[in-house]
Design a binder for this molecule. Structure first.
Ligand SMILES: Cc1cc2nc3c(=O)[nH]c(=O)nc-3n(C[C@H](O)[C@H](O)[C@H](O)COP(=O)(O)OP(=O)(O)OC[C@H]3O[C@@H](n4cnc5c(N)ncnc54)[C@H](O)[C@@H]3O)c2cc1C
Length: 376
């Protein structure tokens, strides 16, 4: 395939692999990116592209916050097609418990320097007039934003190739070997190190990885500019996204720059086929119409599914494999891989080059899995 020996082979040109390739190339490493399909065609194409600070744990907060700052730093140079939109998030409280949760979240974020604004019922209705009456309020996080992930992955690949990285497209890695990878056609590519960033397919290349597929559905509508102005998420979403039950849906809707509405979301473990499950879509849309009654009159254009790569502790695996020298992992980003891709790349390259990183790497090291229980 190539007689050259690279410093690094990056497996997968999803948003995570693309970010890692760009960071490796920027650090002066010679890079080969091997992608079985197209750039950003996996979970990256299926995701919502919400760049969101989250607070499920201190480690999750640190990674999402740091990565969001990195996205903000490049926002001016992102090409138009990445559709960066600083729309902010509103976390919606439908009952007293969710209002308590909104206040807890508000304190957590403001204690750590994230700008927030508590909304009462009236200010919520003013901010989003199409929400149903009777909601109690919410929390606005103005620093959250939205991008179109496949084009963001392409932008990162372009950054990599501009620094000399080589892209091998439509070529699948069959297995990772000492000193490189063997491709499905039997040929090999040699490198000093290999990064497995194959998303939900990463366990197929590295046996024993605690990464499971978590299926999600999304629906996109026709163009209805200004129907909503923020990414709107029910606070009940936290219950569904961050527990590890078999199946859940929650209200989560995004305004696209095109005027379209991207409606999510669902989570399912133990389902490996990618077909659209109409019963899940019905539940998801039913939930969305409870919050935005006018949605029922709008037309949807397309529904699709994708697979998040989930770890048991809801944190990604970033760093060296515990047993295979020169194999690094950058996988397991579940529902936050678009957000956390840039920080992942910084932490990965920091470890490869033995450089200090802006946030500690320890919570994301694959070595922690040696002590972790298996998936619930
Ligand atoms: C419904 C849904 C909504 C989401 N919403 C958000 C959101 O709003 N915000 C957010 O931050 N995240 C979100 N996510 C999560 C996000 O999409 C993922 O975490 C992220 O895309 C993972 O990127 P990745 O590069 O690790 O994986 P992928 O994008 O899946 O990329 C892996 C790549 O590896 C390639 N590959 C696999 N096997 C091989 C092989 N053997 N050889 C060569 N190449 C191979 C694949 O073709 C693929 O292109 C969402 C996910 C879903 C499913």
């Amino acid at each position: 395939m190539s007689s050259k020996t690279y410093d690094a082979i990056i497996i997968g040109a999803g948003i995570v692999g693309s970010a890692c390739a760009a960071e490796c190339a920027r650090a002066g490493l010679s890079v080969a990116i091997v992608e079985a399909g197209i750039v950003g065609g996996g979970a990256t194409a299926a995701g919502m592209g919400h760049l969101v600070v989250m607070d499920d744990s201190e480690a999750q907060f640190a990674l999402t916050r740091y990565s969001q700052q990195l996205w903000d730093e490049v926002s001016d140079e992102l090409p138009r097609e990445v559709e960066h939109d600083a729309c902010g998030t509103i976390w919606i409280a439908a009952d007293d418990d969710e209002m308590v949760e909104a206040r807890r979240k508000e304190k957590f974020y403001s204690d750590r320097g994230v700008k927030t604004e508590m909304l009462d019922a009236q200010s919520l209705a003013e901010a989003e007039p199409n929400l149903r009456p009777g909601l109690l309020g919410g929390l606005r996080v103005p620093g959250d934003s939205v991008i179109y992930p496949p084009c963001a992955a392409q932008y990162l690949v372009d950054q990599s190739t501009a620094k000399g990285a080589e892209l091998f497209l439509g070529i699948a890695v069959d297995r990772i070997e000492t000193g490189g990878v063997r491709l499905r056609d039997g040929s090999t590519i040699s490198a000093g190190l290999v990064v497995n960033s194959a998303g939900s397919s990463s366990p197929a290349l590295t046996r024993g990885l605690e990464v499971k597929k978590r299926k999600g559905h999304l629906v996109i509508t026709d163009r209805y500019p200004n129907f909503i102005r923020h990414q709107l998420v029910e606070l009940g979403y936290l219950k569904s996204a961050h527990t590890l039950t078999a199946e859940s849906v929650a209200f989560n809707i995004q305004p696209r720059k095109t005027g379209q509405l991207l409606i999510g979301s669902s989570r399912q473990f133990g389902v490996d086929d990618s077909h659209v499950d109409n019963s899940i879509v019905t539940q998801m849309l039913g939930r969305a119409v409870e919050y935005l009654p006018g949605l029922g009159k709008l037309s949807s254009l397309r529904t699709w599914t994708g697979f998040r790569a989930a770890t048991p502790d809801k944190l990604p695996l970033i760093g060296p494999h515990t047993e295979h020298e020169r194999l690094y992992l950058a996988t397991g980003h579940e529902g936050l891989g678009i957000t956390t891709s840039l920080a992942t790349a910084k932490l990965l390259v920091g470890q490869i080059l033995d450089r200090e990183t802006p946030i500690p790497v320890t919570p994301y090291l694959p070595a922690r899995m040696a002590q972790e229980p298996v998936h619930v």
